[in-house]
Design a protein around this ligand. Structure first.
Ligand code: ATP
Length: 417
């Protein structure tokens, strides 16, 4: 089923109001396997709305319009839809009575302009709106479905949940959307694409197809696998097989296929290994330990985090030898290793981490440009170190460094299992 959403309201074309209805609708329609192909925001102008709605009618099986069902003269959705479809409006006595009851319950007389909300295009079904005066409307029109919904989200959502989705679900034969997400660290988007495209491209031609999308975020890449099917267990089995085929070509770079974040995965590995962690951070300013402690129950394995920003702090709080800083510079693998070992020794933990780098925008040099970050992980007898060059702003360097540090710990913990 091909769907289009039209949000009506001039306020949605200003910077002060966002069309959130279409986001909610897209999410709920996708769950039923209905793809939203086009969405539009139109001001309170009858000619513009007629043009956008007519174009949607030519393309879509399902058109959902939100807003513009109110009683005032700028609310034009009902009138425009009736005109374009050639279904004249007629007053519904049932809606008039409901409106009058609604006003009477608040001790008010119904203003005459509200009668407009009782107008219904020929053949439309009225969808009760318990939270407002404008009812929704469902119109079956020449093998298409047109749905009109009130604009306020608290009025729209109950109508969608109680009527629109169950009815659409019957029309689509109970199909649903199934998804699987692989989260990848340590490999940029283009290199993920290079190895996975030959694997996933053939799934697009299978029946039903699996649609694969790559999304990049700072420090991680996500592969989203999506399929629409009626048989849920068959869909899950196909997605699981697809995910494991991708895991194979991505080697150890996939850290999660079940929605867990990197900090959750690291937390689970620490718990399984019965190890606690202490983190010494310079350029990330506490971000690594903040992420680790975002996970409920992290007090079981996070011992402490030290932000040692200055050289003096690295020496005083982590016992980093001054000569290392003098010889190699504060941003170096030697200092990162000394930070990881220093914090680990002082905290008496199984794992120590050290992160030192240049987040920018100033402070770079030809040998160590902005984005240079040295990370060390100390586990067992060994301290491993790596130097990264991250692109982007100060924020991006910090978040990529935190992800890379967590990923290095993950890899070390997997290696000692
Ligand atoms: P009412 O009977 O309340 O006037 P309506 O269908 O005419 O309902 P609008 O007047 O278009 O709705 O919008 C009322 C309010 O609902 C807007 O000011 C806005 O706060 C909210 N709203 C409308 N459309 C959207 C949208 N697409 N996304 C989020 N909020 C919306």
């Amino acid at each position: 089923m091909r769907c289009e959403i039209i949000a009506v309201g001039s306020e949605l074309l200003t910077p002060s109001r966002l069309d959130t209805n279409s986001l909610y609708l897209t999410d709920r329609l996708n769950e039923l396997g209905i793809a939203v192909r086009v969405k539009a925001v139109v001001g309170d102008d009858q000619a513009d709305l007629a043009a956008v709605f007519s174009a949607a009618l030519d393309r879509a099986d399902l058109i959902v319009l939100t807003g513009g069902l109110g009683p005032t003269s700028d609310d034009l959705t009902r009138e425009t839809v009736s005109q374009v479809l050639g279904r004249p409006l007629a007053e519904s006595a049932q809606i008039v009575a409901a409106l009058e009851r609604r006003f009477a319950a608040r001790g008010l007389r119904m203003p005459a302009i509200n009668r407009k909300q009782a107008l219904v295009p020929g053949g439309a079904r009225v969808l009760d709106n318990p939270n407002g005066t404008a009812p929704g409307l469902w119109i079956d029109h020449e093998h298409r479905v047109v749905v009109l919904l009130p604009g306020p989200p608290r009025e729209l959502k109950p109508i969608v949940e109680t009527f629109v989705l169950p009815t659409l679900s019957t029309l689509t034969g109970g199909a649903r959307l199934y998804r699987k997400m692989l989260k990848i660290a340590g490999r940029p988007e283009s290199m993920v694409e290079e190895v996975t495209e030959p694997v996933y491209s053939k799934w697009a031609d299978e029946s039903p197809p699996i649609v694969t999308t790559i999304l990049a975020a700072p420090g991680q890449v996500e592969l989203h696998l999506v399929m629409v099917a009626v048989d849920g267990s068959a869909a899950e089995a196909r997605l699981t097989a697809a995910a494991s085929a991708l895991e194979t070509v991505l080697e150890g770079d996939v850290f999660s296929t079940d929605g867990r974040t990197l900090e959750e995965v690291v937390g689970d590995l620490l718990r399984e290994s019965r190890l606690s962690v202490a983190v010494a951070e310079s350029c990330t300013g506490g971000l690594v330990v903040s992420k680790l402690t975002d996970v409920p129950g992290s007090s079981n394995y996070v011992e402490r985090g030290i932000v040692a920003y200055s050289n003096r702090a690295k020496v005083e709080m982590l016992d980093v030898p001054e000569h290392l800083i003098a010889t190699y510079g504060a941003v170096s693998e030697s200092v990162a290793a000394a930070m990881a070992e220093g914090v680990r020794t002082r905290a008496k933990t199984g794992v120590g981490m050290g992160i030192t780098g240049i987040a920018g925008p100033g402070g770079g040099s030809p040998e160590k440009p902005v984005g240079t970050v040295a990370i060390a992980v100390s586990v067992g007898e060994e301290t491993s170190t790596r130097t990264f060059r991250f692109p982007g702003s100060r924020d991006m360097v910090k978040s990529q460094a935190a992800q890379a540090a967590l990923d290095l710990v993950r890899r070390r913990l997997l290696a000692i299992r």
